[in-house]
Structure formats: C-alpha cells, structure tokens
Write a protein that binds this ligand. Structure first.
Ligand SMILES: [Mg+2]
Length: 176
C-alpha cells in the first residue's frame, strides 16, 4: 500500500454530483511516514454566478466565506481537471483522504472528470469515520486542534483535516 494520502476537499453547489457543480478544489499530499506535505493544489472554478442553482443555505454559506465573489475570476474546470489528473498520476495507489471523501468528493470528481482517479487506490481514508470512532473513547484526543482559517473554504478545510489526523495519530502513538 502507498504511504501517501491525498487530502482532498471540494466546495460545491449541493450534494448531487449529477446536478450540482464544483466551485473550489484543494488537495495536499501527505507522506504518512514523514508527515511531509506537498505544496497545495488549490483552484476556484470559473462560473457564471447567475447560472448556478443553490438552495438558500448553501448560497448563504458560500457568500459568507467569500467564495461566490471569486468565481468570475476562477479557472476553467478543464484546466483544473488536468492538474488533478497529473497529481493523481504522480501518486499511484495513494488513498484519497477527507471527510466523506469517498461518497462525496470522489463521486463528484468522477462525475465531472471521469476516471482520472483510476491510478489511485480504491480505498479511501475517511476522516469522518476516524472522528466518529474517537467518540467511543471519551477522553481521547480531546480537545482537537481549533479550526484555523475559514470553514467551508477548500484549502482551509484540507489543512484542518491534516492537523486533526496528525494530532490523533500522535495521541495514538503516545498511548500505544
Ligand atoms: Mg469543505
């Protein structure tokens, strides 16, 4: 199994990969032997705001974070898709990592870009599952590191997930 985790986060217009659109992508590769990080891939995707459909909750969230205001200066999805494909090619059999990354982010990537994920492992590293399991051990890794940056911005979400996984891994290491 590859030592690499590719932490990935998408911001989207909703939950349905068939109908909703990707607005922002961030990815950082982490070597789990050294915990060294690659330089991040980060892109806001170009959209015509008037053509995007979002429920009020999602529109308010992406307005608050400033993401919607950045879309008109974003990059074409076709360019970002190629950059993602190049990244995945560089890390054969790496696992994608993130919250619900298999059912959400991976599903969106595959719906919009086809099987550019093919070089990767079919396994995913789900940070949500790790956090759920942690609650079985009441005082384990508590408190978690505070969130730094803006929640629901892809790069800050990715950095926060890496912090949490590193923190829990260190806690496990000191208790085993
Ligand atoms: Mg996010």
């Amino acid at each position: 199994m590859s030592n690499y985790l590719i932490f990935l986060d998408l911001e989207t217009t909703g939950l349905d990969p068939r109908r909703d659109q990707i607005l922002e992508v961030a990815a950082i590769v982490v070597d789990t032997e050294t915990w060294e990080e690659s330089s991040p891939l980060h892109a806001v995707i170009k959209h015509d705001l008037s053509s995007l459909h979002m429920v009020d909750f999602v529109r308010d969230m992406h307005t608050r974070t400033g993401l919607l205001a950045e879309l008109e200066h974003g990059r074409p999805w076709s360019d970002v898709q190629e950059e993602l494909a190049r990244l995945f090619d560089l890390y054969p059999r790496a696992r994608l990592a993130g919250r619900n990354v298999g059912t959400f982010d991976r599903a969106f990537i595959e719906a919009k870009a086809g099987l550019i994920t093919a070089p990767l492992s079919h396994q995913n590293f789900d940070v949500s599952t790790l956090l759920n399991a942690r609650t079985w051990f009441a005082d384990f890794a508590d408190p978690l590191p505070a969130f730094e940056g803006t929640q629901h911005r892809a790069l800050d979400d990715v950095r926060n997930d890496i912090e949490i996984v590193l923190f829990i891994a260190n806690e496990m290491g000191t208790r085993l």
